[in-house]
Design a protein. Structure first.
Ligand code: IPE
Length: 263
């Protein structure tokens, strides 16, 4: 098993790489190409997790996957986001990045909507051989519910905790976490969360996995249990993914109370 001290995990939101307003999968190929170019110079160990956007949310909603088990709907949704993953991986490889799709449906089990177990040995091997694993929000088998929709926002902190990641980024289509006036909230900690929570703007598109508030909650739980800091930033702005990968502090920093004293 490799040491994963320098592991970076980057989530690229579905609103960046797809038209999230569409009723069915509409991909933004040029955005994926730009992102691939920004990633291409990165030398460290990297896991990419992408969102589903219009390749998952409308399908999951159509079949009410958050309310009831539906085998056909689960498979249609899974196949749709898998298709998006194929396009992302294809473009990464065209840009000289060795990347391979790792579909959560095939290596993860959930219980009541939360990740219970995940096979990680192959991911460690990929990292050791400089292959970038590309995961994504998906529909996975669930012990209690049959299947459940698992967001990339849940996968990122799960992997970060299990694999002890050093750097964590959530690239969305807004300049970090915005308040009700549209300004970026610079730092969120468990201490100020109750106060900022009521001002966090929701998603304007179909989102079955909790939108921005869901992301913040996942990252806060992680910082509380591990002290790992994450950054929510605008990945649709050219250059930002590159800046994040260089370790720059951008967007909203989600961290433990100690952050302000330590930085
Ligand atoms: C959603 O994944 C998964 C499905 C709807 C199948 P995400 O929650 O990570 O997707 P985005 O980033 O919001 O589009």
């Amino acid at each position: 098993m490799v040491s994963s001290e320098s592991l970076t995990i980057l989530k690229i939101g579905g609103s960046v790489i797809t038209d999230k307003k569409a009723d069915d999968g509409v991909v933004r190929v040029n955005e994926i190409r730009r992102i691939a170019q920004e990633i291409s110079g990165f030398k460290g160990k990297l896991i990419i997790v992408h969102g589903a956007g219009s390749f998952g949310h409308p399908q999951a909603k159509r079949f009410s996957l958050n309310e009831q088990f539906n085998a056909t709907g689960s498979i249609i949704t899974h196949l749709s986001v898998k298709e998006l993953c194929g396009m992302v991986v294809g473009i990464l490889n065209e840009n000289g990045i060795c990347a391979v799709g790792v579909h959560p449906m095939c290596c993860m089990l959930a219980d009541n909507g939360r990740i219970k177990t995940m096979f990680l040995d192959h991911i460690y091997c990929m990292l050791e051989k400089s292959i970038i694993p590309v995961l994504h929000g998906d529909v996975v088998m669930d012990n209690s519910l049959g299947t459940s929709v698992i967001s990339g926002d849940q996968i990122v902190p799960y992997l970060a905790k299990q694999m002890k990641a050093g750097l964590l980024g959530i690239g969305s289509a807004t300049a970090g976490v915005l308040d009700d006036k549209g300004s970026t909230i610079p730092v969120i900690t468990p201490k100020n969360f109750e106060n900022v929570k009521k001002h966090i703007r929701g998603s304007e598109n179909t989102d079955v996995t909790g939108g921005m508030l869901g992301k913040v909650q996942e990252m806060l739980e992680l910082s509380d249990s591990t002290y790992i800091t994450s950054h929510i930033f605008d990945a649709s702005k050219p250059g930002n993914i590159g800046r994040f990968l260089k370790g720059e502090k951008i967007g909203t920093v989600i961290t433990h109370e100690q952050y302000e004293c330590r930085s």
